[in-house]
Design a protein around this ligand. Sequence first.
Ligand SMILES: [Zn+2]
Length: 264
Amino acid sequence: MFVFMKKYRKNILCLISCSALLLFSSCSTQFSRFQKQEVSLAAYTPKVVLPAQNIPLPATDFSFCMPKAALEPIVDPRIEITQTFSPREINHLVAHDPALFKSGNKHTINLDLIADEDFAFPLPGAKVISPYGGKRRGHTGVDIKTVPNDTILSAFDGVVRMSKPYAAYGNVIVVRHYNGLETVYSHNSKNFVKSGDIVKAGQPIGLTGRTGRTTTAHLHFETRINGQHFNPNIIFNLKERCLQRKRIVCTKTSGGSIAVRYVS
Ligand SMILES: [Zn+2]
């Protein structure tokens, strides 16, 4: 073996040298590749994709996705009213509500916050034949007319306080409403409701007639607060037959009467 190595020493050395050279050459190539990769990563600039401009909006109306409650006005909050009536409240047109003005001498009603379905003109299509006050001065309501036996509607939600024949008023209905007001419907040929009935705005409650002191079939309509009448035109635009979209304040004076005014 030794003799063999001695004989071919030069060849063996040559082979080892070549192998070492090849190995170095291979490592050198790998390192060079790695270096190139490093350089290319460092030089990499990310592409920024800008959002497209002027995208056309979809034709579909997505408004139904919006919360409905937030878009609609808040309905006028109800106040505490007396809904169980004394014999006096059932039998007399003028009656105080013990629950009103309990916590102060002012009561505000924001008519603008009352939803369309929460009020009704009491005699649709009617014309005014005699205004509140007017030449007669003592006229406690407004006379509105269509045809005999036309349907009378409750102006707001509420509870029927009185329903009976009552002197010159003839067949009369008084409804106490959750906003603190009372409405009166008089000279009716027929009353559909009785004391204690809960009624909705727009519900038929009677028919127009000429009972009591009157010469023609019509509706004598009154608005009252704490028993005191005031001009119904403050609540309803009688010409347009719609609700006045205003805020009213009812102030109890030291004498006990109620002043009803618009406030800004
Ligand atoms: Zn009248």
